[in-house]
Design a protein around this ligand. Structure first.
Ligand SMILES: *Cc1c(COP(=O)(O)O)cnc(C)c1O
Length: 374
């Protein structure tokens, strides 16, 4: 296969040829061969978080947001109250979807260049006893900041509050152990660090939480309790499954295990991240975040101060050399983002930095240095 453009984005990601080839078949949704693929995949997903016996994993059709929405709809009762720890765009999305479905929602705002504060969470829980659940983003993909999962889970457990974790961009790369981190629901998806194709999400839910979740959801399609009960009974998905996405994820999962699982994936992404940041800094670019709070998932860079820079032509010039960058998601500052995840390694990261350097020469951008540090 000729090489596709490399996706340096937070999903969809570059996938392997093996993963793409796994989609060259058709499956019947209630045929035993497809039921077996779903069952094996669910067991492997559960093993990644060490949730066997204590948690279930419920897959759902759609992009990752569909599963976040389903988790909130299924876990938070209609008269529940969700506190959202907000330090970026995906936090705001969680707050918005909870509000739109009619759950009482309180947003706890934070700066975008720092992790959410465990002290602020504790104070908010003490100040309002009606809060029933906390909505939390593990890696806020809008900037790349990693938020303190264990500490937030410990505070929620101490105060007897439910916790819904959006671990979309961290799951399978950063360690998450359900034996240590107490959550009600933790959400991830096919097209992120497992390196499948986009099209399905999955939600890990504690056994006691799913057992008590009947009737919470206002929505039929978003009801994970219903999806779970049906899948346990029949082995099938409620409604048409994304068969090719499931088959691709099963194949991506095989490669994940062959590579050495989560530690190996984190090591590869960390090497990608270091090569990217080292190469970009040599060109003058500056990351937005302090490296101490940065996940090796996606990096936000300040836009260069050079008057010849604007994002669109820069994007097109890098695109012409085979790499897709991602626009920034900050309201105040001009930035762009570069992903470190997907079926890529150091060689590709080196080529990507070289493509950025060539794009700069073409556009007459002398240095990547942003205005704040000039
Ligand atoms: C990718 C992502 C999502 C889901 O986004 P979709 O576009 O719906 O797939 C949600 N939360 C975070 C933190 C993400 O990185």
């Amino acid at each position: 296969m000729p090489r596709d453009v490399i996706l340096l984005t937070p999903g969809p990601l570059t996938t392997t040829e093996r993963t793409k080839r796994a989609m060259l078949r058709d499956w019947g949704s209630w045929d035993s061969s497809f039921i077996a693929i779903t069952a094996e995949l669910r067991a492997q997903l559960l093993a990644i978080v060490h949730g066997e016996g204590t948690h279930v994993v419920v897959p759902l059709q759609g992009s990752g947001t569909f599963s976040v929405e389903a988790a909130v709809a299924t876990i938070v009762p209609k008269h529940g109250h969700v506190l959202v720890l907000d330090n970026g765009a995906y936090c705001k999305r969680l707050g918005k979807l909870a509000t739109l479905m009619g759950r009482q929602t309180t947003i706890l705002p934070h700066a975008e260049d720092a992790p959410v504060s465990v002290q602020a969470l504790e104070a908010a829980l003490k100040a309002d006893a009606s809060i029933s659940h906390v909505g939390f983003i593990h890696c806020e993909t809008g900037t790349g900041v990693v938020n303190p999962l264990q500490a937030v889970a410990d505070v929620c457990a101490k105060h007897g509050k439910g916790l819904i974790v959006d671990a979309m961009s961290s799951f399978a790369a950063l360690p998450i152990d359900a034996r240590e981190v107490k959550f009600d629901a933790l959400v991830a998806a096919s097209g992120k660090c497992l390196e499948g194709v986009p099209g399905m999400g999955f939600v890990f839910i504690r056994n006691d939480v799913i057992a008590g979740a009947a009737g919470n959801s206002h929505s039929l399609a978003m009801d994970l309790h219903d999806q779970h009960v049906y899948m346990e009974k029949t082995g099938q998905w409620r409604f048409t499954p994304p068969t090719h996405v499931v088959a691709a994820l099963a194949e991506a999962m095989r490669q994940f295990v062959e590579e050495g699982g989560q530690p190996a994936r984190l090591a590869r992404y960390t090497a990608n991240y270091e090569a990217l940041v080292g190469g970009m800094k040599a060109l003058g670019f500056e990351p937005f975040l302090d490296p101490a709070i940065q996940a090796p998932i996606i990096v936000t860079f300040h836009a260069p101060a050079d008057p010849n820079y604007s994002f669109r032509p820069f994007y097109e010039a890098v695109r012409a050399r085979g790499f897709i960058l991602y626009p920034g998601k900050l309201t105040e500052l001009e930035t762009f983002r570069v992903g470190c995840i997907g079926a890529i390694g150091l060689d590709v990261m080196g080529e990507a930095v070289a493509a950025v350097a060539e794009a700069m020469r073409e556009l007459g951008i002398a240095r990547g240095t942003p205005s704040l540090s000039s």
